[in-house]
Design a protein around this ligand. Sequence first.
Ligand SMILES: Nc1ncnc2c1ncn2[C@@H]1O[C@H](COP(=O)(O)OP(=O)(O)OP(=O)(O)O)[C@@H](O)[C@H]1O
Length: 673
Amino acid sequence: MDGEVEVMYEEELRHRNSHSLDEIQQYCFSIKKKQMSVTSVDTLQNEIKAIDEELLEVDAQIAKWKRKQKLLLEKKNALKNSINKLKSDSLASEDWAGTHYDWSDDVKNVLENSFKLTCFRQKQLDAINSTLSGHHVIVVMPTGAGKSLCYQLPALIKPGITIVVSPLISLMEDQVRALVKKDIPAQLITSTTAKEDTNRVLNSLKDKKSPLKLLYVTPERFAKSKRFMANLQKCHAEGRLQRIAIDEVHCCSQWGHDFRPDYKFLGILSSMFTGVPILGLTATATAHVLSDVQKILNISGCLVIKSTFNRPNLYYRILEKPSAREECLTILEKLLKYRYKDKSGIIYTNSIKDCEEIADGLKQRGIKVCFYHANLDTQVRSSFHIKWHENHYQAIVATVAFGMGIDKPDVRFVIHHTISKSMENYYQESGRAGRDGLRAECLTLYRMQDIFKVSTMVFSSVGSLDHLYGMVKYCLSGTQCRRQLIAEHFDEDWGSSDCNKMCDVCSNTNPINREMNIESHCKSLANIIDNAEKLDIKLTAQKLIDAWFLKGPVNVRHKGKEPNISRSLGEDIVAYLLIQGFLVETFHFTAYSTISYIVKGPNMDLLNDKNFILKMPVRKYATFDLKSMSPNVLCKTTDDKVDVDLQKRKLKSTDKEDKVKKSKTGNNAIEND
Ligand SMILES: Nc1ncnc2c1ncn2[C@@H]1O[C@H](COP(=O)(O)OP(=O)(O)OP(=O)(O)O)[C@@H](O)[C@H]1O
């Protein structure tokens, strides 16, 4: 085609102008070049356009297939979970508490003769029989319920060694000491164990004649010691590895409250030591964590034995927290001097600074307290712990570093000076009270501002804000039993009678069951936020409430009237809107701190729906006499007769002591709630 054009032009030009052949050829060449460049750019651009269109179509197809892939994967996972659940349920439907097993007589003898106990607590026998049957089992029991016996006792029934994985050295030391006292051959190896001792213990894994029954190790041992693993493999090859018990097994899961990266390595155990039953133990019971733990340990579909999480002897209450530190100290002072006079307890704070300041404040007010946090020297820490345990101090003011392994039976109160970061944490921390089965009180000082104290510390980890808001929901509830809220969190269903008036909501003789329409308040808050955004001003919750109550800088103040409600109800509304997704927190960093600002949340759009009604249950703090002594009543527990007898005996002695003290001091305080 190009050749034809050339000839055509050549002829025409020669004809018209009779130019020289060179000139004509040059002219033709330039025209041809021009034409070629025009046609090729157009063609190429058209081609690009066509490709773009095709690409869009491909993108749409990819998105469609990706969506389909996601749906199919979700469906596949759900089916896998259903299969695992069916397997677990079918195992759980068996009655594991029988006494017809080959080992039942031995179990009874060991319970009575080695452990000097007369009967089992709820679900202990189920756990023992099922693990002795060779199943992989996860035992879920609340703190202090007696999980240790579930692996310590089976270890003595059959020949061989039980390996116990535990995250805390102090916890292992306590257990080994107690076992050795009972003449049960137990050892531990940690990073601080002397080389000769470690060698001796490691050799006993290979020694068929070794009397060793329980060996405690930290999870790092599996990950880091090749010699330990090699000897354990020999022990297994000789059929002497009887069982692997993993204490605090929730540490495997990032969804749990205490994730430990080294626990992830334990996933290889089920395939490396085939035929060896794994027994995981935890006081963390959320379905999500349990299924995650099973996946990580490669024992999905295993038997899950769960005892109730209800702690009937614990009394739960929320107290209004004043904003001034001194007022807060006064509340704590009154509680410790009067309500919990001569009683032992824990005060949890959320920062080292608070921890030290509160302890100092209470000391200045004449109360014997010590403090405990991660920045203290290990020896100082453990000396405070021991002294508190031995009642030299009435209370220990602590951060969450004061955690696992606290086994003081007579903790009569746990006060949270700041809310916990999740319900899970709250349950664990408050659960350190009343391990002896006698009544103990769990008080939480709540104010809206503390939400942000905690959120700015935890926001960066997955799911942490949802967890925190679960805790806020617990505090905000004025109409729903606190115990039931805990039950919901652990996927349990406790009847209202399970509370037995052992929370401030159920024991409130003057409850208000009022719901309030907060739609207009929500709209006002949205307007304030919109206006501030236009002015490029960021609002903390405090500033948002100020603007709503016509305080603070005039330009951000609400344009309407001041709301006809108390400021504390206003704070409840903001907290409620936050946990319901009408408001959300965004986090910004300064050189020294993280700040939480409030913006509109995704649910704000619901207000555009005419049929939508936004209501909030209104709560009021029930009256609480800080100065009257806490009641000393016998509680219905989930445990056996032995424990009720124990309670009675303990109660008699405390009553006696109280009477002696009262007659000496003339203190006739009325015991009421
Ligand atoms: N059957 C039983 N009868 C009486 N006491 C028991 C029984 N089983 C365990 N105990 C006692 O209960 C206390 C708590 O037991 P253990 O330390 O095993 O609890 P736990 O469930 O491991 O708690 P945590 O989660 O806090 O570690 C111990 O003092 C233990 O001796």
